[in-house]
Design a protein around this ligand. Structure first.
Ligand code: F6R
Length: 582
């Protein structure tokens, strides 16, 4: 998704913004640009491509002034092109704007503005905001009022940063798309998220939906529905180093390896208050998207098996379509970013029906966390890679503790960090398997019980970063259709820890082998390993903790499959770290 940065202070704005934009790269984008103001001129440089490419072509550091805005664009309205890249300017050439989100009613506003003589130079929805603010300024409004009045006309979701020549302030606005204000000494920042600014500050205020903010060198003022309001400052204990590669070739592999610390940390997170809410609830729903949904499915099973409680798990974007929400319903909203629009809208819908919300997020002060009745933070530290790895396991760890705590139990951790280390060492073997499979473009993942959602997560990782077709099935479902696709050479990744499902998994593996499938078995059972073409030997763990170990070889497989295909695992095409559109 698009990334926004704003700076006002004593430093040269362009290089500062450039550094922050680089820290936002992980969100995914196709063009980039910066605008600054100095010596009576607005300077804008922007183009298609990665920041390094745009910088190489245009020298983005070479823009004067100590006030400016920057942007990484993820195309929605209008192809990636120089004309559509942000910052976009108004007719006077004195106002520049960057935007994240979608203005749904932009065409009618564009028509109205065109009739008034405004000339549009891009195909974006964003440009209407620049011209509408210009129009409001002509009416004599000050910049914040002009922005406030413009955004009041928009349908959709947005975060804006606005720079106007001659003003010693930046104006920000948010509704539905994230925007944080960073506090420095004699300097202020704005960005789409916290990691972008960690090099400069750890003190943040999170804007609320409907807020307009004015930042000057000295501080910030927040306005909501025309009135001055206070927004609490939050200190974030993440460091800039945590969001650096620290010698690893990619963030993806760094973060996979960090699980040796992040999983035990997440297993230590307190869940008492959350468990009380679950116990008191009349109905329990758990919602999330993508990876967070897979974590939710694990919770559903654990809650049933350990606490005997029923829980509905929903993909957040489908929640409105059929969930029965009554007073007394508890919605557990799972989102590592805490900014996913689909999840936010599902929560809004539930709250309107008087449900209570327990948020499970990684980002302190994120929109989801602020709007919830209670929060549990998963404590995974910043995750820079677009695909979720350590945040998935941290979610699962917290949800496992939560499900067990409802029944007055705790996970049997043993020496779990040692087991994680042991699994991470399988990387070398998995790299070789990925090499053997480098020309294979169809994969199946199978598992039963807790391993079914883990298979789904493994298949998702492979799709996301290696761009290959991967399907996940509860192993028992294979014979109800997909078995027809198992033929010579098709790889089947079978997750089969010892336990009640082991004999059935053995049967499923044999079924696949009989049809020519090649088996990568992830298991701690010799019987299973013996059947496999590639046996990935796992340490034994108690049942409830197996998902935390069994996902790691699948994350590694996706990573090495991606490298085999000479792709960049940190920045998969078409994907974004926080998805703030519906
Ligand atoms: C997968 C992935 C996505 C996210 C999904 C929800 O690697 O990153 O599927 O899990 O977009 O994001 P959050 O958890 O931030 O709500």
């Amino acid at each position: 998704m698009c990334g926004i940065v704003g700076y006002i202070g004593y430093r040269k704005a362009a290089p500062t913004i450039l550094n922050c934009l680089k820290a936002l790269e992980y969100r995914g984008y196709d063009s980039a640009g910066i605008a600054t103001a100095s010596n009576g001129s607005l300077h804008v440089k922007r183009d298609v491509g990665k920041i390094a490419e745009v910088h190489e072509k245009h020298n983005l550091r070479d823009l004067g002034g100590s006030i400016g805005i920057g942007h990484t664009r993820w195309a929605t309205h209008g192809v990636p092109s120089m004309a559509n890249a942000h910052p976009l300017v108004d007719c006077t050439g004195k106002l520049a704007i960057v935007h994240n989100g979608v203005i749904e009613n932009y065409s009618e506003i564009k028509e109205w503005l065109s009739k008034k003589g405004h000339k549009f130079k891009s195909d974006t929805d964003t440009e209407v905001a620049a011209h509408l603010i210009e129009e409001n300024l002509k009416r004599g409004l000050n910049l914040e009022k002009a922005v406030g009045s413009a955004v009041a006309r928009f349908k959709g979701n947005y975060a804006f940063a606005v720079l106007r020549l001659g003003e010693k302030k930046l104006v920000l606005a948010r509704d539905g798309s994230p925007l944080v204000v960073g506090f420095g000494k004699n300097e202020m920042f704005a960005a789409s998220d916290v990691p972008a600014l960690l090099k400069y500050t750890r003190q943040f205020a999170f804007m609320e939906d409907g807020d307009v903010a004015v930042i000057t060198r000295k501080g910030a003022q927040f306005i909501h529905k025309g009135r001055r309001v206070k927004r609490r400052k939050t200190n974030v204990n993440w460091s800039a180093d945590m969001a650096q590669k620290e010698g690893w070739p990619h963030f993806t592999i760094k973060e996979i390896n960090e699980q040796v610390v992040s999983i035990p940390a997440a297993l230590r997170v307190g869940v008492k208050r959350g468990a009380e809410l679950v116990r008191k609830a009349k109905r329990i729903h758990i919602i999330g998207c993508g990876t967070s949904y897979h974590a939710s499915l694990i919770f559903k099973q654990l809650l049933a098996n350990h606490a005997g409680l029923e829980c509905d798990a929903w993909v957040a974007s489908e929640y409105k379509e059929g969930a029965v929400i009554k007073p007394g319903t508890l919605v557990i909203a799972v989102s590592q970013s805490g900014e996913t629009l689909d999840t936010a809208l599902a929560v809004k819908h539930a709250k309107a029906k008087r449900a209570k919300v327990l948020a499970i997020t990684n980002v302190v002060g994120s929109s989801l966390a602020r709007g919830a009745n209670a929060n549990i933070y998963i404590n995974a530290g910043p995750e820079v890679s677009v695909v979720a790895t350590k945040t998935f396991t941290a979610q699962v760890a917290v949800l496992t503790s939560l499900a067990l705590a409802v029944a007055g139990k705790k996970p049997k951790k043993g020496r779990f960090a040692k087991k994680i280390k042991q699994v991470l060492k399988l990387g070398r073997q998995i790299k070789k398997i990925a090499k053997k499979l480098r020309t294979t473009n169809d994969y199946f993942f199978i598992g039963r019980g807790l391993m079914a959602p883990v298979s789904m997560e493994g298949a998702l990782k492979l799709k996301e970063i290696a761009y290959v077709h991967a399907e996940a099935y509860p192993a028992g479902e294979l014979k109800h259709g997909p078995l027809s696709l198992i033929a010579d050479g098709i790889p089947i990744i079978a997750l089969a820890p010892t336990g009640a499902n082991e004999p059935k998994m053995l049967g499923n593996i044999k079924e696949c082998k009989a049809r020519g499938g090649r088996i990568m078995a992830v298991s701690n059972s010799l019987r299973i390993i013996r059947e496999a073409d590639w046996g990935v030997n796992m340490p034994k763990a108690c049942d409830e903790l197996t998902p935390l170990l069994y996902i790691i070889p699948l994350q590694l497989l996706a990573y090495y499959a991606c490298l085999e295909r000479k792709l960049d695992p940190d920045k998969p095409r078409n994907l974004a770290k926080s998805v703030t559109v519906e």
